[in-house]
Design a protein around this ligand. Structure first.
Ligand code: G
Ligand code: G
Ligand code: MN
Ligand code: NA
Length: 254
């Protein structure tokens, strides 16, 4: 069977699953929310990483129904965890350019928020520089609408794309996520250390919060704290885990 056909059926067969990875306050390690990361659990192929099927989902347009499912599931789950913990947890959801391009995105977001009763301020949409660069997509109107509704916007994988920096001043971003490739060697490499420091300073000057991704070791966290990074995410705290495991992690870590 073609992988595309299998992916098409994955949604109906409930083979898609969301994993959750905590995002914590860098200075205290206290949880502030989670990023939802999709997995495809196929009986014959096993667990397939999104790197393998998101590009195919984007080419075929399947990313639209898949993205709708992700948004709905993630908002429903975080609303549930807000209620069980009494905490103002934020959910970060990755959004592909095609979800913006193919229309209906704002309607989907509105519908999901009204169905799940999640306060918009606790939804953070992660977009990449790829979307900013795509001139075929009318981004600014959509961003403006999302921003006015109180939804948070973050720029993901910052520093790995090809775009100029100008967009940072013209779009209503709330958060910048430093790509893990810069964080990984921040202790060993003075160049990476310089870049991370400069990115944090720049983001703060523009009024953005900063999340460092891919934090695996205590010294990396120490460096980030020294340089006033707001939030951190990575294996040091937890790998992305299934909802049930995340729930257990939550009860142990609050
Ligand atoms: O969890 P990690 O292993 O392997 O994720 C790999 C990539 O897949 C990341 O770049 C991440 O942004 C992307 N990704 C994960 N979940 C989703 C999703 O729900 N939608 C989109 N568009 N991308 C996702
Ligand atoms: O592209 P995006 O930032 O959305 O996806 C995050 C990716 O980083 C996912 O593939 C996730 O599984 C992965 N990830 C999360 N924490 C760590 C970490 O500490 N180290 C490494 N190497 N990868 C991580
Ligand atoms: Mn992301
Ligand atoms: Na990233």
């Amino acid at each position: 069977l073609q992988i595309e056909t299998r992916l098409r059926r994955a949604l109906e067969l409930e083979e898609l699953e969301l994993y959750y990875q905590p995002i914590v306050q860098a200075s205290t390690g206290k949880i502030i929310g989670a990023e939802a990361l999709i997995r495809w659990n196929n009986p014959t192929l096993g667990i397939i990483s999104p790197d393998k099927f998101i590009p195919l989902a984007e080419e075929t347009g399947l990313i639209v129904p898949i993205g709708d499912w992700v948004l709905n599931t993630a908002c429903k789950d975080i609303k549930h965890w807000q209620q069980t913990t009494g905490m103002n947890l934020t959910i970060a959801v990755n959004v592909s350019p095609r979800q913006f391009r193919d229309g209906g995105f704002i309607e989907t977001v509105n519908q999901v928020l009204s169905e799940t009763q999640l306060d918009p301020q606790f939804l953070e949409l992660e977009i990449t520089e790829r979307l900013i660069l795509d001139k075929s997509i009318e981004t600014s109107g959509i961003f403006k609408h999302l921003d006015e509704k109180g939804i948070k916007l973050s720029i993901d994988d910052f520093g790995t794309g090809y775009s100029a920096l100008g967009y940072l001043k013209s779009y209503p971003f709330d958060t910048l996520k430093i790509d893990k490739s810069f964080v990984q060697d921040v202790i060993e490499s003075s160049e990476d250390a310089a870049l991370v420091t400069a990115i944090i300073t720049m983001a703060h000057s523009l009024g953005l919060k900063v999340i460092a991704e891919g934090v695996e070791e205590a010294p990396q966290l120490g460096f980030l704290n020294q340089h006033n990074c707001d939030y951190a995410q990575g294996y040091f705290f937890s790998r992305p885990v299934p909802a049930e495991d995340f729930n257990n992690w939550l009860t142990k870590n609050i």
